[in-house]
Design a protein around this ligand. Structure first.
Ligand SMILES: Nc1nc2c(c(=O)[nH]1)N[C@H]1C(S)=C(S)[C@@H](COP(=O)(O)OP(=O)(O)OC[C@H]3O[C@@H](n4cnc5c(=O)[nH]c(N)nc54)[C@H](O)[C@@H]3O)O[C@H]1N2
Ligand SMILES: Nc1nc2c(c(=O)[nH]1)N[C@H]1C(S)=C(S)[C@@H](COP(=O)(O)OP(=O)(O)OC[C@H]3O[C@@H](n4cnc5c(=O)[nH]c(N)nc54)[C@H](O)[C@@H]3O)O[C@H]1N2
Ligand SMILES: [Mo]
Length: 773
């Protein structure tokens, strides 16, 4: 492959722009000087791109290569792979695509392919795969995401589209100017604001929050983790039982109601259904009064504190911030709906520094920056298959073809999947109950995975295609919600035998004898030019004069546009004129009670916010599994990406992911800081390194997500040696309404590991043999 090698240059990642240098063969990626708070995740890039886990050649699972699809005897995830030539890999895939299409049709191909892949507008792994499969008749897709599925489905019924909410989130500038109190459920963890989909040129959240604190804004942090609030904010830390926030918010609402501290005029003008919720809070419908005493028992937060807080919130300009982590849990719709109810009762929605926001810090751009124009992307074409699943039902689908289930008011049926193709995601990181996913992954006749590294997902495939990383291809970078466009000229040659996804599908298009509806007969360069001229035209209309693409690449400079709404206030328009700016809900108002949702008759998501005790939480803890496991986002990487890199490895304990445990819980189990521990429950077990700290609530253990799943298949419980929390999480959903993942509701026990410590094999390639070219 002939490609240019630029010695010094610029690139873009989901965690920000990077300055790339190659000196004496050593690759280095550093933050950009324009970025006030660059991310250290950059440090993972060199080690992970050339480490042992890098996929070097196409590879095929042994018995699949021997016996062909469907009738292999071996077990996915256990067997080794044979490295083959690209020619052989293409031959196998071409034949298999034709067979599956002919025998079963395109609705037997699942390519939901959920995952973050890499930054870059053209070489977007999912976009490329979906465009290619659409050119051959389509595929079964997935809907929603793992991040905030309950919010995506619920909010349109009660306040309007969630993505709109994210885009218009109340800015910190307005909190600094007029805010007095920020009440955070799940904090605003700066570690998470390192990333934004597609990238973020300048990390400003830290500065924004510090400016608010300096201006005298007070912060309250309801969270199992003290560090979810930046230390300098001096936030009051209240550590409830995880999963009890709905009860806490109900107690606050009940206090506002019974102390006559709520805004009746606002409720009357801007919402529907208050009376029904009020009756519920007062216990008129179920005999349970949702007062502070009731919530104190459920949450461990003293009743007096809750009563006092309700008074503080009503007397001050208050912003309620709810982390999306809270809705990644059993009945995760409820804390969202309660957030809306509470903010409606306070009557400050649409005022600067007031109201509510969901997902601050879940993405570096929320409440910080917005884009002036839509950045270009690769069109995916038309999918002729209508079947889809809610994203987190992948195991259910593979294990139960033909079964019916409920989703968002509809009854749907699982398709019968014969082929799975995944590009740009790692379900063996992101999905819950990985032992169950392992079983589910035995069902299809063929699994193809495109990957950069030998992740556990690649190890559970039949055919693995090595793809080049973003440093190994030319692209245009722009965060979905950022105001900057970043050149991404290729920095290093494609490593080993890796190819870009685009090259892979162009070759398949040829071999399958298709017309050129995938490639349009264009090169990478021609596509980038097409995207650039499209962007240039839009920019021109908005009053910006962009350089030519080659100039943009040569200059290596970030192009900044103006933020269209630096002082945005969520629902300001609606507040000013609720008729002209009616919400896109059935009534046009905030729905505190939803006729539509009530009409679905779902016991796990009734027509108004309801306290439903989670399936697994400290309120239901047993002596067998007395600890609540929270698995939040890791500071040292983006999910599971680049886990073999230096920064990620630097925080591991004897090679295992750290688990935070309170000194009391450690002491009673004879555990010291730095010990290796076994976390276990009825679904599985994993090893982790104990980090003993009083910044975590007693009774809660906190294990970061993303350590590559590394099961010891000779161990009776398939013990994971590396520390992936998803061997412990359950595979039930939030509710029938949104079928969102509910990873944060999990009970476990933990003990000190005794005996000889098994080696971590997560990064070892599973290769037994290499065939000639
Ligand atoms: N227990 C628990 N589980 C969770 C969560 C939790 O809070 N708790 N959070 C959930 C959330 S919010 C999310 S979003 C998911 C994230 O889940 P994923 O998005 O699946 O996680 P990533 O590790 O980002 O996976 C991306 C994969 O794409 C690969 N990749 C990168 N670039 C390319 C490319 O150009 N081409 C190809 N083919 N591959 C590429 C990377 O090597 C990596 O393996 O995890 C979810 N899982
Ligand atoms: N560095 C880094 N940043 C990331 C990511 C990453 O992988 N790495 N992933 C990104 C993605 S895809 C997403 S969706 C977002 C996710 O953003 P979030 O979902 O907000 O992130 P989490 O880390 O899961 O949770 C935030 C905090 O919520 C608290 N919490 C959990 N359960 C409860 C509860 O029941 N009650 C209360 N009061 N608090 C609780 C935990 O202490 C946790 O630290 O993060 C993004 N940011
Ligand atoms: Mo996410």
């Amino acid at each position: 492959m002939s490609k240019t090698t630029v010695k010094n240059g610029i690139t873009a990642n989901h965690w920000g722009p990077g300055i790339v240098t190659v000196e004496n063969g050593q690759l280095k990626v550093q933050g950009h000087p324009d970025d006030p708070d660059p991310s250290k995740i950059n440090d993972n890039i060199p080690g992970a791109l050339s480490g042992q886990s890098r996929i070097r050649r196409p590879a095929v699972r042994e018995s699949y290569l021997r016996n062909g699809p469907g009738k292999t005897n071996g077990e996915r995830g256990k067997e080794h792979f044979v490295e083959v030539s690209w020619d052989k890999a293409f031959e196998l895939i071409t034949a298999e695509l034709q067979r599956v299409k002919t025998e079963y049709g395109n609705n037997a191909i699942f390519a939901g392919s959920y995952g973050w892949s890499s930054a870059g507008r053209f070489h977007h792994a999912q976009g490329q795969l979906k465009r290619f499969l659409n050119s051959i008749g389509g595929f079964v897709r997935s809907e929603g995401n793992y991040s905030y599925n309950a919010a995506i489905v619920l909010l349109p019924y009660i306040v309007g589209n969630f993505n709109q909410h994210i885009k218009q989130a109340t800015r910190w500038t307005t909190v600094k100017a007029e805010g007095e109190l920020v009440v955070m459920f799940g904090g605003i963890p700066l570690r998470n604001a390192q990333v934004s989909g597609g990238g973020i040129a300048q990390h400003k959240l830290r500065g924004d929050l510090l400016a608010c604190a300096e201006a005298g804004v007070e912060f309250i942090n309801f969270s199992p983790l003290k560090t979810d609030a930046l230390e300098e904010l001096n936030a009051e830390w209240l550590a409830p039982k995880p999963g009890s926030d709905t009860a806490i918010m109900m107690a606050l609402a009940h206090t506002l109601l019974t102390h006559d501290l709520y805004d009746k005029a606002f409720i009357e003008r801007y919402s529907v259904g208050f009376d029904k919720v009020a009756d519920y809070l007062l216990g008129k419908t179920d005999g349970v009064v949702k007062d502070a005493q009731w919530a104190a028992e459920l949450s461990d937060i003293p009743a007096e504190r809750l009563v006092a807080l309700a008074h503080e919130m009503t007397g001050k300009r208050t912003l309620i911030c709810t982390a999306v982590s809270l809705q990644r849990a059993d009945y995760g719709e409820q804390p969202l709906w309660m957030t809306v109810l509470l903010a409606t009762m306070l009557g400050q929605i649409g005022l600067p520094g007031g109201g509510f926001g969901m997902g601050y810090a879940a993405d570096a751009s929320i409440g910080v920056v917005d884009r002036p124009i839509h950045w270009p992307s690769l069109a995916q074409g038309q999918n002729d298959v209508s079947a889809f699943i809610p994203v987190a039902m992948v195991s259910d689908m593979l294990l139960n073809p033909g079964t019916r289930y409920q989703y968002n008011g509809k009854e749907l049926t699982f398709p019968n999947i014969k082929m799975v193709w995944w590009a740009g995601g790692n379900p063996f990181h992101h999905h819950q109950d990985l032992n169950r996913l392992r079983q589910a992954f035995q069902q299809p006749e063929t699994i193809i995975v495109n990957e950069i590294n030998w992740t556990a997902t690649a190890k559970h495939a039949d055919i693995v295609l090595p793809v080049s990383s973003s440093l190994e291809r030319n692209d245009i970078g722009a965060g979905t919600q950022d105001r900057a466009v970043i050149p991404m000229p290729q920095q290093i040659p494609a490593q080993f035998e890796s190819r870009t996804e685009y090259e892979i599908y162009c070759e398949l298009e040829k071999r399958l004898g298709l017309n050129t509806s995938f490639s349009n007969n264009m090169t990478e360069q021609q596509w980038l030019e097409k995207m650039w001229s499209n962007l240039k035209m839009k920019a021109d209309r908005a009053g910006y004069d962009l350089p030519e693409l080659d100039h943009f690449f040569q200059q290596g400079e970030i192009l900044y546009f103006d933020d269209p709404a630096p002082d945005a206030v969520y629902l300001e328009d609606f507040r000013k004129d609720p008729q002209a700016h009616a919400l896109k809900t059935p009534s046009g108002k905030i729905e505190l009670y939803s006729e539509t949702i009530a009409g679905f008759n779902y016991p796990d998501c009734p027509g108004h916010p309801t306290w439903i005790p989670p399936r697994e939480w400290l309120g239901a803890a047993s002596s067998e599994h007395p600890l609540h496991l929270i698995s939040g986002q890791p500071k040292t990487r983006l999910h599971s990406q680049l886990d073999e890199g230096a920064y990620s490895k630097s925080k591991k304990i004897k090679g295992r992911e750290p688990v935070l445990i309170h000194p009391d819980d450690a002491r009673s189990r004879g555990i010291s800081d730095g010990d290796i521990v076994v976390l276990h429950n009825q679904r599985g077990q994993c090893l982790a390194g104990a980090r003993v700290t009083d910044t975590v609530r007693p009774g809660v253990v906190f294990l970061w997500t993303g350590a590559w799943y590394d099961p010891d298949l000779n161990h009776s419980a398939h013990q994971d040696r590396h520390g992936n929390p998803n061997v412990l999480t359950h595979d039930y959903r939030t509710s029938r309404l949104s079928q969102g993942p509910a990873a944060q509701s999990a009970l476990v026990e933990l003990k000190r590991f005794e005996g000889e410590l098994p080696e971590v094999k997560a990064f070892e390639p599973p290769i037994s043999e290499s065939q000639d070219q």
